[in-house]
Design a protein around this ligand. Structure first.
Ligand code: HEM
Length: 413
């Protein structure tokens, strides 16, 4: 078999700009890194708790898609010790660490398949349609609040963040009175600038709240997501799994939707022609949403993948225990996916991008996210046709979180 072996191909030291962005675009250092290959071995501070193996960075569309789609050879399951990693590479069953129970994105088949089958019916088009009036009400209410602040306001804080959080609360069936506190805790939980200890304390409080919610739903299930799961699968799902599933949805859904609302507005304010398409028929708004997701890819890097056995990808030998980080952003900005990938062009032919991932962990909330984004952009520009940035674009700072999005988005109208 012909392939380059690691010792022959020395690892690349990423620059300080590794995984950063210049507003909507990847930093030019990321493009320079890709010049070295679609899959490179890297040294230095990889943004994950890594085990014993080498760390690889995938940057090309074909390689990223291949690895995300290959659950036979790669796992997302976090290994806490080298011994556990070794046992899994040997094919032994290792129990999930308690704080990951129910966190579907870290499960492998067959357990992943079992949980995913429970979730999927909650995300059908029919169920999402049922949510639409509540989503529209949320959007309208928060635009009213923004308008009251005007004619200058922080669109991220007053509109994008509360709508992202509100939609997930609506979906899960979190009582209205609890929502503000609940969303505040989720946001603090993902704010990586706060440090591990402070986030752990919030996470404990958040867990206590979910415990009480699940106890109530077991006794008297309502029409929300938790109530439905209890009614339809109550016997087959433990309380810990239910809690993990709720956490996965909240962590996966709140910041992503909030981030994409603000980030999408930022990109469209820079490209007025693309923005005008939002009003030219329902197909066009769908194309704008799809292109924004490809172009911005707010989940820049999903869960790291660990090789379960030796596997050759792109001519490189990835050994059992090695980790691969996949850059969704760089994959979606690859000529192998679409011509002129660094241009925002909603009229381009539709593409199979990886903004929502690929393979068994493909985003379960993709259809909900698209629905919210479509409604948010359309309503925003219908109500504020003269919307503009209130500061030069260079002054818009990105948030220090797992998901890329503006920290504040000062706008005027
Ligand atoms: C613009 C919005 C969103 C983006 C860009 C996004 C992106 C992603 C990506 C890239 C993955 C794959 C992760 C991986 O392979 O490791 C994923 C998985 C997931 N997302 Fe989303 N997401 C969004 C919205 C949502 C929403 C609204 C929800 C919940 C309602 C959600 C829940 C999840 C869950 C539970 C998974 C794990 C699925 C599994 O492992 O089977 N996401 N998302």
């Amino acid at each position: 078999m012909e392939h380059a072996i690691d010792e022959v191909a020395p690892a690349v030291e990423p620059t300080a700009n590794y995984m950063t962005r210049t507003h909507c675009d990847p930093h030019e250092d990321m493009f320079a890194l890709r010049e070295k290959g679609s899959l490179v071995r890297i040294l230095g501070d990889a943004p994950t708790q890594l085990g014993k193996g080498y760390v690889w960075q995938a940057l090309g569309y074909d390689v990223v898609r291949k690895i995300l789609g290959d659950h036979e050879n790669f796992t997302t399951r976090p290994r806490l010790t080298e011994a556990e990693a070794q046992r899994t590479t040997n094919g032994e069953d290792v129990p999930m660490a308690p704080h990951f129970v129910g966190q579907i994105s870290t499960y492998d088949p067959p357990e992943h398949t079992r949980l995913r089958r429970m979730l999927t019916p909650e995300f059908t088009v029919r169920r999402i349609r049922r949510l639409e009036p509540a989503i529209q009400e949320l959007i309208d209410d928060h635009l009213d609040e923004m308008e009251a602040e005007g004619p200058h306001a922080d669109l991220q804080g007053l509109f994008a963040d509360p709508v992202g959080g509100g939609v997930l609360c609506e979906l899960l069936g979190i009582p209205r009175d609890d929502r503000a506190e609940f969303i505040r805790r989720i946001r603090r939980n993902v704010d990586i600038s706060r440090g591990f200890k402070a986030r752990a304390a919030d996470s404990a409080a958040f867990n206590r709240y979910l415990d009480s919610l699940i106890t109530r739903q077991r006794k008297d299930p309502d029409e929300g997501f938790i109530g439905m799961l209890v009614r339809e699968h109550g016997e087959n799902v433990t309380d810990e799994e239910l809690k993990g599933l709720c956490t996965a949805l909240l962590l996966g859904g709140v910041e992503t939707v909030a981030g994409m609302i603000g980030f999408g507005v930022l990109a469209l304010l820079d490209e007025p022609e693309q923005k005008d398409l939002v009003f030219e028929g329902p197909e066009n708004v769908d194309r704008v949403v799809a292109e924004l997701l490809r172009y911005l890819s707010p989940v820049q890097q999903p869960n790291p993948r660990m090789a379960i056995r030796d596997v050759v990808v792109d001519g490189k030998l990835i050994k059992a225990g090695d980790y691969v980080l996949c850059s969704i952003l760089m994959a979606n900005r690859d000529e192998a996916l679409t011509p002129n990938p660094n241009v925002l062009d909603a009229k381009r032919a539709s593409v199979s991008d990886v903004a929502f991932g690929h393979g068994i962990h493909y985003c379960v909330g993709a259809a909900v996210a698209r629905t919210v984004l479509r409604m948010a952009y359309r309503t925003l520009w219908r109500r504020f046709p003269g919307l503009a940035l209130a500061v030069p674009v260079e002054e818009v700072k990105l948030r220090n979180a797992f998901i890329d999005c503006p920290d504040r988005l000062p706008v005027t109208w």
